[in-house]
Design a protein around this ligand. Sequence first.
Ligand code: F6R
Length: 603
Amino acid sequence: MCGIVGVIGRQDATQVLLKGLEKLEYRGYDSAGLYVNDQQGHDHLVRRVGRIAALEAAITPAVTGTMGIGHTRWATNGKPTEANAHPQRSSDDRFYLVHNGVITNAQALAAQYLPAVTLASDTDTEVLVQLVAAFVQSGTATVAAFKQALSLCEGSYACCLVDRLDPSHLYVGKNKSPLLIGQGDGFHVVASDALAMLDLTDQFIELKDGEVVTLTATTCRIETLAGEQRLREPITVTITDGAADKGPYPYYMLKEINEQPAVMRRLVTAYAPDAAAPVVDPALLKLLAAADRLYIVAAGTSYHAGLVGKPLFERLANVPTEVHLASEFGYHQPLLSAHPVFIFLSQSGETADSRQVLVAIQKQGFKSLTITNVATSTLAREADFALGLHAGPEIAVASTKAYTAQIAVEALLATALGQAKRVPAAASFDVAHQLSLAAAGQQAVLDATDRIHALATAMFEDTRDAFFIGRGVDHAVSLEAALKLKEISYVQAEGFAAGELKHGTIALITPGTPVTAFISDPVTAAHTRSNAQEVEARGGHVLRVATQSLAQPGDDLVVADLDAALTPLVTIVVGQLLAYFTSFDRGYDVDRPRNLAKSVTVE
Ligand code: F6R
């Protein structure tokens, strides 16, 4: 989604901003821009539709500065045009602003406070910068005008403002959208994601909602919108910049798919170092043990990981578990049990849909745990407990290693909880061994990459539609495999509970329609095979993926056995590779599919 960078106190501000924006490219965007000022009376605004490369090409040697702001925009209010790209400026050309988030009352604010201003863009961001200018014109100082404007805004924002009449300062504001201040020797940087500035500093100050920061090259004043000063030490962000490199792989997605066995082993080391029982904060286990029901709340791929987690918590920890889409739960809250505990699954820890549920349930006094890949994220900070995914930075928009890491952490947590509650099923469950089997099984699938590439070509080369079927956890995997295929290859793909096909969807099967059947559940394997035959009887082209103990002659791919609840850790790797090669063969930008953003910070 949109990305923000800012810098003050560096001779090479243009390069700092450009490099920072490149690091944020993975989040998804459709235009980019920057503003730099040399603090000696010269400044430049450059904005372009499309890739950072287009912005870079438009930057002449004259575009230099010692401070500035930059932005990648993922269009929400208004189309991706140069006029709508950020930085946005005020009509008097005094203020420049970059902004992430959505100001939901922008139209009302424009009508009330800016009746005489002709807006040059369709953006809510312009309304904000025009408001600052209007308040300054009526005699208010810049920082006070900035606070006044922000306190009128409803919705979400992370923003960075420049006053051209005083380029020795940068002004920063945050509410609901993430933003960090980085500290260096004689300079400050601003970033919506620490990754953008990691090659300049690892010292970052986290901002809280409703805070405003005034930065110079060497000073940083944090205050609330009400003017109360806040003192905060920086934290050290430990991810290395190198962890975010592609290495020998053509795309991050392929690298991240290949990292999964290592992530499984890392999780065993992190959570079950002596391979006996997983080690989890006793206070968290106490909270979960007191729950009469768990509510897993998530979006997209993380929701699919939640679907796999439900039977794990029910079987190993003997606690009823519901899985909810965050975007639905927030506005149609179901009837809750008497003692619910909420588990938020989120790779980024920034998903706005999930965060609004967290805020809502906290208001009702309920406790929560966030399972996330980003320890410093909003959901990790704001929940009562947080557990890490230890997957390393996930850069490709399509989530892969975070999905399997989420399932593994759910298994570790369910086992720890079940053991704490003395649930017999957990006592005999060797989760560390199962995750080791998963790592080996994933590696075996990765070793069959060429075969899977050939199958992807045979199945999906020219197709517009595809179906994935399975029962139980294989159904959950079907949903995720279909999401992977549709998001990066634009094939109309659907995941179905295999038994549901005959209730309607089978009408869509025509000669050659590709249907992938996952068969890893001993209870329903025979039924899923029958459903696959029904598809074949109508001319459908079936690819069967079965676990070793359930395999039959003619199955296309046979994967390793492991506990039936954890087979998604292995079978999904097939789905991920099928999607990857379909997108790759069609010549698409696998890591940056159209219209999508990595971190979805708007509802
Ligand atoms: C799909 C994908 C998305 C995310 C979803 C939630 O590959 O990545 O569906 O899973 O946007 O994001 P997080 O997990 O960051 O909350």
